[in-house]
Write a protein that binds this ligand. Structure first.
Ligand SMILES: *Cc1c(COP(=O)(O)O)cnc(C)c1O
Length: 226
């Protein structure tokens, strides 16, 4: 575990150096989905404090079983009937991918008197199978979501296509950055500063393209069964 963390850390540092960025500008989310509580406990013992999950019930179980000073992020598609397992437990929900979900999260947060911090997911991959708002509608939807009570919107999340073609991957990350720029142009006071982009296979490219949050599973924990 420690060796894998060190390898990932070295890759992050090298990418930051190449991009002329500071290491502190990039937050590492350790994607622990499908791995048992014991594995997360080992990563915690090795110093990691931010973990990402993509299934509501699994998140809920891990929150109950693991130390309180862990920061949990929810990174998967969220159905509105599962909001109760996630809201108030995840410090950041990366994957708000529809107005229906945003409205339901807002209603829930208001009813529980909490503020849920979220990112707006955009489908920059040009793959119809992926979730998220279409790039051309994303700035407008972002601003609508930012106006909903109970939500604090921090930025955008996107996934590159699953591809060895570095140019395609880079162009997807650039597109997310372009959308961020469009939002800043339209409404300078809106907070869209967080860019969640980059996974095990492509986080160096994402860092070079301005990512502030990378979501890394396989490179830390090995490959997943499912
Ligand atoms: C599983 C997952 C990751 C981590 O992927 P790896 O390739 O294992 O690093 C990142 N983001 C999302 C949204 C995921 O579902």
């Amino acid at each position: 575990m420690r060796a894998a963390i060190e390898r990932v850390e070295a890759r992050i540092e090298a990418a930051c150096r190449r991009a002329g960025r500071k290491r502190e500008e990039v937050t590492l989310v350790a994607v622990s989905k499908t791995f048992p509580v014991e594995t997360v406990a080992q990563a915690y013992a090795a110093g990691l404090r931010i973990f990402g999950e993509n299934r509501p019930q699994e998140l809920k179980n891990k929150v109950l079983a693991l130390p309180d000073d862990i920061e949990w992020h929810f990174i998967g598609h969220l159905q509105t009937n599962k909001i109760k397992y996630v809201a108030g437990k995840a410090q950041l929900i990366h994957s708000v991918d529809s107005m229906h979900l945003a409205q339901a999260l807002s209603d829930y947060a208001v009813s529980k008197q909490l503020t849920e911090t979220i990112l707006v997911q955009v489908n920059v991959s040009e793959e119809i199978s992926k979730h998220g708002f279409e790039p051309d509608e994303a700035p407008e939807r972002f601003l609508e979501i930012a106006a909903l009570p109970g939500l604090q919107v921090k930025g955008l999340m996107g996934m590159a296509p699953f591809s060895d073609d570095e140019a395609r991957v880079r162009s997807a990350f650039r597109k997310l950055r372009t959308i961020q720029n469009a939002i800043v142009q339209q409404v300078p006071q809106a907070d869209s500063s967080a860019l969640s982009m980059g996974m095990s296979g492509d986080f160096e490219i994402a860092i070079e393209e301005g990512s502030t949050i990378i979501r890394v599973g396989t490179a830390l924990f090995g490959s997943r069964g499912r």
